[in-house]
Design a binder for this molecule. Sequence first.
Ligand code: 6CS
Length: 338
Amino acid sequence: MIVRNLLTAASVGALLFGLSAAANADNWRYAHEEFEGDVQDVFAVAFKEYVEDNSDHTVQVYRFGELGESDDIMEQTQAGILQFVNQSPGFTGSLIPEAQIFFIPYLLPTDEETVIEFFNTSTAINETFPELYAEQGLELLKMYPEGEMVVTLDEPFTSPDDLRGKNIRTMTNPLLSETYRAFGATPTPLPWGEVYGGLQTNIIQGQENPIFWIESGGLYEVSPNLVFTGHGWFTTAMMANQDFFDGLSEEDQQLVRDATEAAYEHIIEHISGLADESLEAIQEASDEVTVTRLDEEQIQAFRERAPQVEERFVEMTGDRGAELLEQFKDDLEAVTNE
Ligand code: 6CS
């Protein structure tokens, strides 16, 4: 009898424990800007797996188009409808003008190892940016690189003169428009959903993106001339709604931070070699594709137009932008002098 009572008490206890764990188990919604298997998706899935393996919470991942464009998922996150969002600075410029720093051409080096070291160690990335995002109700959890930017055009080009009269699609931030204006082209800001159709119908004659995305979005089919200009990296940012994050227990905040670190480590491995693999796949899929790698002299003609973009950045962002730029450069110098 005593044994039966003890067993009953134990099972009731186990049931109650299970119920209370279930009652504390939340489903977190996380949206990003890309398709299944793309870099932001690999990051989101790694985050989800870590959370689900280490807690009773679940994470629901929404991909491009399921909840709208990049601006829509950011609005939904600020409104608290989504808990997590991955939005690239290319679209965050109107909300946080300083995020446009990534569009000053030739600021970041092309060497992947140095770029990764910069993201790992930079004070600007890991300390200053979280403060700027916090002002917009966002808990910035990670900024990470996705790949070197490559320009695609309706014909190969090697100089700013060749870009004259070309409408080049840019993400919707004013500084990137300045960059393409400085490069001699006509910038055309568009959300992602309009890019393929725009190239197909010749409303735009070119665009820039990392190679994995040129492959996954099929951009090479409608814009087959790839040009490596060495002018920048596609950077992205993953964050949480700040009220949601602040309302989490300390344990759950740590879980989110650990899941983010795990996803970051995974993504750094994932992007290594990805551009080469994607380029191979593109070349296998199409005979039309051309690849041009500008030489130092050709690059110089673009690079010498960078200072005017840097000046515009400072005009747009004032003292805070100037300080951020200085910090950014110091952080870069620290990794390039190593
Ligand atoms: O060009 C764009 O708009 C898209 N490019 C990438 C690499 N990710 C998402 C973004 O929307």
